[in-house]
Design a protein around this ligand. Structure first.
Ligand code: ATP
Length: 795
């Protein structure tokens, strides 16, 4: 039965949406197969003054508040100096101090939707029954559970969790309940229980440390989501468990700050025996204390114990405090910063859970992630050791409950207001993908058969679906929430996409389930477990694909870089090739200029002027007289000619010739291409290249008168004689030019050094012999012999 939302007076602001307060779950009412649950957030108000008579008085009757009216207690703030009034079992009003109210800056605030509000006169037993007992029952059924106490310093967290000797708190009462069940139920009697207690603290604010309280009090390290070295102590009965608890509490690091000086006075005034104070941690603790109770199946081998069984975790957080108020300095200030940081991170994780419970969280974050892959999915739990340890809870994979403790005094208004504002949205958190750990063997078997069946049916369930299956199955309230979720999406693609993702898949899965053979009739709970398992494997695959994606991206980057390199190299190669082509062209050009190197092809009626040929060989030792021009006349055509350079020995290829000279000599060439040399060739010299050379060479002296007459005489000579004359003239020109250049210092020493040597004579002769088939030397020798004979005959 649900109570109507509390009315909100005009002078009061409603801080959280008017939700129908849920009936506080208790052992008897909590359904075993509840699949979707809200996070239970309880509020406990510490009495304004903790007097011995408070402890001594009898606890009020629970029924009077449970009906929704008994808890309401209108308090006249002016009279009591209280800042909080209880309106009902699920709502409170925070009364602003009169100074702030008068300035109209602040209004009274109404906080609604708590699982239950424990007024200041609530007893420990009452708190246990409402808060912890349902979790203990779940634990005994094999479900994991977590209970966390949150609140400002001195608000009664430790008191609520541990209590005192006379009035034990949640932890000792839990242990009692566990061992009572063990003794009463045969099934539980088969199980063993292990306890581990440790604290996370900061020594002078220098990093977070973990201390094993249940073991030897040694420091622990946290690696890969496990505490290394944490000792689990097996407890067989309530006495053992209580002793271990008392010993551990003695080890717990404590220190008082200015802020809880008052509390210390309270302790003193309560006149609780020091032993009792220490017995259940009534000291003021500046560390996060974590108590684990684990159940294990006796039938399992020892090595399997650690992985088996449910765990009930109870956390007593160190109280957040305002540095301004405490006046902490130095190491104490650092320490309180660490505590505040842990509280803040814890709050961030819970706020993230709120989004997650609205189902579209994953879709939204995945869409965001797809848009901007560099943006990491936020993981606040990594920011503190406690939240890292409680990772599964912080990700909504396991159930938990919160108990907020607040102080009632007007001085505590800001602390109380801060906590209530921070915690009021936590009530929206829903557990939709809790990983169930069923320890009952029969259930295990049925689950595995269901898993096999589902495998056969190839039911494909995505994580998104996981959120909606229970939503579709459960009732109207959940359906409304789903609509809320859809409505939060803007009209357009995103909404369509989400609907497409959800609706067809859920319909397909339901049809699959309907089609399934009637021999297997899995319950919703079992189906949910299977879906959760699948969601987990989906998540693993998603993470794997993310990693793969990252690696592929890196490879792609490398590929692009190497492609660029290849491109650059190919460009360089093309440049080099062009360069080579250019150089080849230049070489060709040079060769083409060097037409005098062309060897005449011996034709049928070839007539050759050997002058240029001899010139090009640099054979200045050859004289016209040595050449029988009539014998070596050749008529060659440019097209048929074979280059002399190609056929010359390597030693003659431009190595022994001075380049400059080579050019000069080569310039004579084209004159030869015209076939037989005309008279004009002799008088006018060579054809254009030679002419141009002659014209350009201003330093070249014009022919003397003597030479002119000699030329005239020559013009009357026969053609073979003319050839001789032309040859002699070109050699003459060559010599003249050399002398001129030497004078002008154009020819360098090295060039002089490269001057053709005498030994070239046989080579050129050989070449000529080869090319023309004429034996110049033989001819010369025969000439000499002829001359000698003539001389002798004259004599
Ligand atoms: N409901 C209560 N009834 C009687 N005494 C209470 C109650 N709540 C708290 N106290 C007393 O108030 C004092 C401070 O409480 P407690 O040490 O539990 O605060 P705390 O929130 O744990 O502080 P811290 O965060 O600094 O550890 C203690 O002496 C405790 O006995």
């Amino acid at each position: 039965m649900e109570s109507p939302p509390s009315p909100c007076p005009p002078s009061t602001v409603r801080r959280n949406p008017p939700r129908r307060a849920k009936k506080a779950p208790c052992a008897s009412t909590l359904p075993a197969s509840a699949s979707v649950e809200n996070l239970n957030v309880f509020l406990r108000i510490r009495p304004l003054q903790v007097l011995p008579q408070v402890l001594a008085r009898k606890p009020p009757k629970v029924e009077s508040r449970a009906n929704g009216k008994g808890g309401a207690r209108k308090v006249d703030r002016e009279k009591t100096g209280e800042c909080l009034t209880v309106n009902g079992p699920s709502s409170v009003t925070l009364l602003a101090p009169s100074s702030l109210l008068d300035s109209k800056r602040i209004k009274n605030e109404l906080y609604d939707g708590f699982s239950y509000v424990f007024p200041s006169d609530s007893s420990q037993k009452e708190v246990y029954d409402m808060v912890a007992n349902p979790l203990v029952m779940d634990f005994m059924r094999g479900k994991n559970a977590l209970l966390v106490a949150l609140g400002p310093t001195g608000s009664g967290k430790t008191y609520t969790m541990f209590g005192c000797a006379k009035d034990p708190g949640i932890v000792p009462l839990t242990l009692k309940q566990v061992f009572r069940c063990k003794s009463q139920d045969d099934h539980h009697a088969m199980r063993s229980y292990y306890m581990s207690i440790f604290e996370i603290y900061s020594e002078g604010g220098k990093g977070e440390k973990i201390l094993d309280l249940s073991g030897n009090g040694v420091g622990l390290t946290f690696q890969n989501s496990t505490l290394i070295g944490l000792k689990e102590v097996m407890v067989s009965n309530i006495e053992e468990a209580e002793n271990l608890l008392a010993l551990s509490m003695l080890k717990r690091s404590t220190a008082a700050t200015n802020a809880n000086e008052q509390s210390r006075h309270v302790i003193k005034s309560r006149m609780i025996a020091p032993k009792a104070q220490h017995h259940y941690g009534a000291r003021l603790c500046r560390s996060q204390c974590i108590i684990n109770i684990r159940s294990a199946d006796n039938s399992l081998r020892e090595q399997d114990y650690s992985s088996d069984g449910a765990v009930l975790t109870i956390v007593d957080l160190a109280g957040a405090e305002k540095e301004r108020k405490t006046g902490n300095q130095g190491a104490r200030l650092m320490e309180s910063s660490f505590i505040n940081n842990t509280s803040m991170v814890f709050g961030q994780c819970l706020r993230r859970l709120i989004l997650k419970s609205f189902s579209y969280f994953f879709v939204q974050s995945l869409l965001e992630h797809q848009k901007n892959p560099k943006k990491p999915l936020e993981k606040h739990f990594k920011n503190s050791l406690l939240t890292r340890y409680l990772k599964d809870y912080m990700e909504g994979k396991k159930r938990m409950a919160l108990i907020l403790t607040v102080k009632l005094g007007e001085d505590d208004y800001s602390d109380t207001s801060f906590l209530l504002r921070q915690a009021s949205p936590y009530m929206k958190i829903k557990f939709t993908c809790v990983e169930e750990l069923l320890i009952i063997p029969s259930k295990k078997r049925s689950t595995s058969s269901l898993v096999d069946h589902c495998k056969r049916r190839k039911i494909n369930v995505s994580e998104t679906l996981l959120f909606y299956i229970p939503v579709a199955d459960v009732e109207a309230e959940s359906a409304n929430d789903r609509n809320e979720v859809f409505n939060t999406f803007e009209e357009g693609d995103a909404k369509k996409q989400l609907q497409e993702m959800v609706v067809p898949q859920s319909s397909s899965i339901s049809s699959e389930i309907i089609d399934a053979p009637t021999t297997v009739s899995p319950t919703n709970d079992e189906l949910l477990i299977e879906l959760q398992r699948r969601a987990r494997s989906d998540e693993i695959m998603r993470n794997f694909s993310k990693a793969l994606w990252t690696v592929l991206k890196q490879y792609k980057q490398k590929l692009i870089e190497s492609e660029k390199n290849v491109h650059n190299l190919s460009e360089a190669f093309t440049r080099e090739e062009n360069q080579v082509i250019k150089l080849k062209k230049e070489l060709e050009e040079l060769r083409s200029y060097c037409s005098c190197h062309r060897l005449p092809v011996v034709g049928e009626s070839s007539s050759l002027d050997l002058g240029p040929v001899l010139d090009c060989c640099g054979s200045d030792l050859l004289t016209t007289s040595q050449i029988n021009s009539s014998n070596i006349r050749a008529d060659f055509h440019s097209g048929d000619s074979v280059t002399l350079v190609d056929q010359m020995p390597a030693s003659l290829h431009g190595e022994t010739l001075i380049q400059e000279d080579f050019k000069v000599l080569s310039d004579c060439g084209p004159s030869c291409t015209s076939g037989l040399i005309n008279d004009s060739d002799i008088t006018g010299g060579c054809s254009s290249p030679l002419n141009s050379f002659m014209d350009n060479e201003s330093n070249f002296p014009p022919p003397s008168v003597k030479e002119a007459t000699h030329l005239e005489e020559n013009s009357r000579l026969s053609k073979p004689d003319l050839l001789q004359v032309q040859h002699a003239k070109s050699i003459d020109k060559y010599h003249q030019r050399r002398i001129l250049k030497e004078k002008n210092g154009v020819i360098s020493k090295s060039a002089k050094a490269d001057k053709p040597k005498r030994r070239l004579l046989p080579a050129s002769t050989m070449l000529l012999k080869e090319m023309t088939g004429l034996d110049i030397e033989a001819g010369n020798q025969s000439k000499i012999l002829e001359g000698k004979l003539q001389k002798e005959s004259k004599e």
